[in-house]
Design a protein around this ligand. Structure first.
Ligand code: FAD
Length: 414
C-alpha cells in the first residue's frame, strides 16, 4: 500500500452513479486518482459531498451545529500536587465532590485565577507523568465546512487557552511554571456533514439498543450534545437530549453511500461520534473495499459475512503481533499513541453485550479509548490489558473491575 500525506481531496467525478475519479491538491500540485472503491474518512464528508451525496449537518439539514473545541496538552511541575483537580483520577469518584471531584476542584481553581472558560464544564484529564490535557474551550456558531469561520475559531481558541494557562501560572504554588506543551493543528469538530448511507441509525435504534446482522461495531457511547450557544452553556454545557442509549449496532449498510456507488464512509462523516467506533468503521470499510476491488463489484454488492471474514483475519494477525510484542512494545515517540489505538481497536472489534463500559482498560486515557473497553467479551485479547497497564500504569486490580450493566450514566468526560 502506498501512503501519501499532506494531500487534500478537492473534487470528485462520477461515471453515472459510480465514483470514478477524485482530484487532490498538495505540494506535488493537482493530481487525479482512479480506483474501484473510495472511502471517505475526511470527518466532514468532504469527498462524499463533492461526489454529490445528500447529507445533513448540525440539527438537521444545516447548522446550528455543536461548538468546536480546541484542547491543549499542558506540562505541570508535579501532577501529584494537582491530583484533586484531575478528572477521574484514582479517587474513582469518592472524593468530596463525588464523581466530579476533579472537575469541581479545577473550576474552583479557575475562579481563583479569575478566568471563565468558554466551556462551562472545563476539566483537566491526566495523561501520564506531568502531562495533562486541558479541555476548556467552546467555539459557538461555527459551520465546520466554512474555512474562514474555522480559521477565526482556531485563532480565538488558541488565544483563550493561552490566557487560561497564563492565569493559572500566576496563581503560583502547584501551578507555578505550568505551560502549554502542544495544541492540535486542527480544532476539534463535533458536527460535520453526516452523509446519507443505505441505512440510517435513528434515535429509536439507540434507545432500544437495536441489533443488526451486519453489525460493524456495537456502540456504547451516550448521546453527548454540547451547548449550541454561549447562553445555553451557562445553564448546561452538554447533555444527552433525554436519550438514554442502550448499546446499539452500527451496520455495514450505514457505511455504504446511498447516492453514489463505489463509495464507503467511515467515522465522523456518518456521525461516528467517538474514536472507538470510528476505528472499527475504518477497519470494516477497508476490508469491504478490498473485497469489492478484488471481485470487481460495488461495495453494496458484497455480502457482509465476506467482509466479516476479512476482519477476523485482520484481528488474528494483530493478535499474533501482540503476542510477539510488536504492536505493544513500549518506548519510542509513538508508543503511547500505539497503545491507545491498539486498545481502542480491540475493544470495538468485539461486540460487547455486558453493558456499559468505560472505566476498565484505559482509565487514564478516557478521552480516547476508555469508554470502549470490553475485556469480558469473548475474543478480547488479554495482551491489551498488559498494554494498558504498561502505558497507563494501571494497578492490576482496576482491570479486574467488572463491567457494569444497566442504564448508562455519563461519567462527565467530555
Ligand atoms: C472536542 C472533542 C472531544 C472528543 N473527545 C473524545 C473522547 O473523549 N473519546 C473519543 O473516543 N472520541 C472523542 N471525540 C471524537 C473523536 O475525536 C472523533 O470521533 C474521531 O476523531 C473521528 O475520527 P474521523 O477519522 O472520522 O475524523 P477526524 O478525526 O476528524 O479525521 C478526519 C481527517 O480527514 C482530514 N481531511 C478533512 N478533509 C479532507 C480532505 N478534503 N482531503 C484530505 N483529508 C481531509 C482531516 O485533516 C483529518 O485529519 C472528541 C471529539 C471532539 C471534537
Amino acid at each position: 500500500m502506498r501512503v501519501q500525506l499532506h494531500t487534500r481531496v478537492t473534487a470528485a467525478y462520477r461515471d453515472g452513479r459510480r465514483l470514478d475519479t477524485i482530484v487532490t491538491e498538495s505540494k506535488s500540485g493537482r493530481q487525479s486518482w482512479r480506483a474501484p472503491v473510495f472511502i471517505d474518512t475526511t470527518g466532514d464528508g468532504g469527498l462524499a459531498a463533492q461526489a454529490g451525496c445528500e447529507f445533513e449537518i448540525g440539527r438537521e439539514k444545516s447548522c446550528p451545529c455543536q461548538p468546536l473545541t480546541m484542547y491543549a496538552l499542558l506540562v505541570v511541575k508535579d501532577a501529584a500536587l494537582i491530583a484533586d483537580c484531575l478528572h477521574g483520577t484514582g479517587r474513582h469518584g469518592t472524593g468530596r465532590h463525588g464523581t466530579h471531584t476533579g472537575r469541581q476542584a479545577f473550576r474552583d481553581v479557575l475562579a481563583r485565577a479569575g478566568v471563565t472558560p468558554s466551556y462551562g464544564a472545563a476539566c483537566l484529564f491526566p495523561i501520564r507523568g506531568n502531562l495533562v490535557l486541558l479541555m476548556a474551550n467552546h467555539e459557538y456558531g461555527i459551520n465546520a465546512t466554512d474555512a474562514a469561520a474555522v480559521t477565526t475559531a482556531t485563532l480565538r481558541a488558541r488565544g483563550e487557552l493561552h490566557r487560561i494557562v497564563r492565569a493559572l501560572a500566576r496563581l503560583g504554588g502547584p501551578w507555578e511554571g505550568v505551560q502549554i506543551a502542544a495544541t492540535p493543528e486542527q480544532i476539534g469538530v463535533r458536527d460535520g456533514r453526516r452523509i446519507r448511507g443505505r441505512f440510517v441509525v435513528t434515535r429509536d435504534d439507540l434507545v432500544t439498543g437495536a441489533r443488526q446482522d451486519d453489525a460493524v461495531v456495537r456502540a456504547t457511547f451516550p448521546v453527548d450534545i454540547h451547548a449550541l450557544t454561549a447562553e445555553a452553556n451557562k445553564l448546561k454545557a452538554y447533555d444527552n437530549a433525554g436519550v438514554n442509549v442502550q448499546p446499539y449496532d452500527i451496520p455495514y449498510r450505514a457505511l455504504v453511500a446511498r447516492d453514489v456507488d463505489g463509495l464507503l464512509l467511515a467515522g465522523r462523516c456518518i456521525s461516528g461520534d467517538v474514536t472507538g467506533n470510528a476505528v472499527a468503521m475504518g477497519e470494516a470499510a477497508g476490508a469491504a473495499a478490498a473485497v469489492a476491488a478484488k471481485r470487481k463489484v460495488a461495495p453494496h454488492e458484497i455480502p457482509w459475512p465476506d467482509v466479516a471474514a476479512v476482519r477476523r483475519g485482520v484481528a488474528e494477525a494483530i493478535a499474533r503481533l501482540e503476542a510477539a510484542g510488536v504492536a505493544t512494545r513500549p518506548g519510542g515517540p509513538n508508543s503511547w499513541r500505539r497503545g491507545v489505538a491498539a486498545v481502542s481497536m480491540a475493544c470495538t472489534r468485539v461486540p460487547c453485550d455486558a453493558g456499559w463500559k468505560r472505566e476498565i482498560v484505559c482509565r487514564r486515557a478516557t478521552w480516547t479509548a476508555g469508554w470502549f473497553s470490553c475485556p469480558e467479551s469473548p475474543g478480547f485479547h488479554p495482551g491489551l490489558l498488559d498494554t494498558a497497564r504498561r502505558f497507563y500504569k494501571q494497578p492490576p486490580a482496576e482491570t479486574a473491575t467488572p463491567c457494569r450493566s444497566g442504564a448508562p450514566t455519563r461519567p462527565g468526560g467530555r
